[in-house]
Design a protein. Sequence first.
Length: 724
Amino acid sequence: MRLSHKTHQRMSVETMSIRNRSVIGRFPFGTHQPVDSEKLWPERLSRDSTTEDTSSTLLVVISVDLLKSSTDQNRLEHHTCQYLSENLIIRRGQTFQMLVELSRPFNPKTDKLHLDLKIGNFPGVSKGTHVIVPVVESLKENRWEAKIVELSGRKMKLSVNSLPNAVIGKYRLSVATSSPVGDAMTAYNADNDIYMLFNPWCEDDSVYLDNEDERKEYVLNDMGIIYYGTDSQIEERPWNFGQFDKDILPACLFLLDHSGSPASGWGDPVNVVRLLSAMINSPDENGLLVGNWSGKYTDGTAPKSWSGSSDILRQYYEKGGVPVRYGQCWVFSGVTTSVLRCLGIPTRSVTNFESAHDTDVSLTTDVFIDENCVLIDELSRDSVWNFHVWNDCWMARPDLPAGMGGWQVVDATPQVTSQGVYRCGPASATAVRNGLVYLKHDTPYVFSEVNSDKVYWQRTTNGTFSPVNIKKNAVGHCISTKAVGSDDRQDITHLYKYPEDSEEERIAVETACMFGSKHRIYEVSSANDVSVEISISGEEPQLGDDAKLDITVKNTSSEQRAFTLTGHMAVMYYTGVYKATVMKDQIPIELKPYQVDTLECCLTYDRYKEHLVDQAMMMLTLTGRVTQTKQIDGDAVVGKEMKALISFRNPLKRTLKKVKFRIEGLRLLGVREISYGNINSFTTVRLTERFIPLVSGPQNLLVSLDCRQLPPVHGAAKITVRAA
């Protein structure tokens, strides 16, 4: 707003309140000063004013109505009507409505208006913590935008859209106006704070869960059951999660704020869950709950006395972050369920019976005995608990290979540190099941809890130890959670491990132990003489077609080889989250010396049509182990030559000219560039490249295609290289 010197002298130096809304003008030199609104538009303050609109007066917001009661449209559509709060609570990636009353009628030709949202201590536009929401003619998905849907006199109704990956938390709302006379912005008012949550109802949110019954159970149910006891006598206790109780949402956000982590990271559920798994225990950042297994609880509350989470969260919040005494695993889990459900992340409490505690990252539960078979206490530090309770939470994992999304394990009980902090997870349950312990976060520890072998080590005469007995099926029994929609117990052991002693389960154990501190416990041959390649048979299948694949198996040795190939075909969301298995088969294979054989695999449309989702993809996983050498198919070994099949199909009706492939990764000495030449329309090309890995561990192989007719095309494969 531009004012003459004379006008400036007549202005009041006190803030003028208009219907409980202060008005702040925008002045030169960046200085905000109060405006005496009576002198600017004395005749327009009455709600019933019929004075004809003119654009010669400053346009100011008189009031904002966020339609935030539990019976209003916003709360009902956003599934937040259960929260006992006077603030607006919404879920990201979804529109909400609000009413704005102005000092005069809005003139679309000369007036402008936008919303200003800030979150955190140091909001910034580039960080997503200061959001400027423009008013547009039509709303588009995946944008912060607002649209005027009604204009009536001095009132307007806005429909506001938010990003599906917006930062969650408490936003401070202001409304800015601009008119020919000048600019104005409403002063901050705590009544207009907006709480933004994760949205499992939104397909573009990474916590999207496509089953309504499961959303009701894992997000909206505020009562549950936690299991304890032994695998032969499973007991249950009811638990009041209380995520909708008064002050619980502010308490949960207080935990995030108290972590010291900037709000800019609160849009990523992986990051939020990892932060909260640390903040729900007390050792590092004076977090929520003190663990105590001593049996002495006179200066606090005994863990068995808690029956819900609300009192714990409320005590911590009201006392400004003083840790609450005391908790054990089921209490940590119950509170974690409450906090994550409150923030909108689908979560459940999970109990593992005969739960191992691996102390040396061996991926085995180790027992040490002397020459006379007497237990050596000081070395036998690993333990097996009768039961242990943690949590599953649901989300996509774009930071992991495709297929690793879905249920993620998080454990707030302070047992071991992760990157120097007492926390655990989120670890993909699928990665745990398959022994892919090199995938973050804390997958080795969770794998040991549910599927480590119990290994007995005996001291020899020269003082070293050698394994004398390996006990399978020693840990990870009756993994349990409350069933959806009932009080029955659901056994979910199959989500964490394959059937005990099956070929798949043994491969998972041996794969995991390759990365353990005692990786030589299982003898695995260095032979790598059987290869498997997968290619599409004929034209690339379209929606409604049968998918036909050729699986080529090759024996490069001078001896006979035999193995059973197990194949899983699954439907995945585009986020990489598993939806359903549509085919599973086992094929026994025998190969003569130097024999090459091609198997045909056909997935009919009838097998997958019931599981189609938007932008879905199919994932085929093949596993097998050569009987003679114990080679696990697909092994890559330091110093041993390996092959990679690169396949590309030209999707255009024109020829691609001067195509180049660039290959890098596997810690190779440089980029490998291949000048391929031309690729005809709709033609598929396949390259077989050979590499010699130099370093062990999980690595990436990256391939890019470069030509003028296409934007850059990229492909990547995650490869685990074993030590020689």
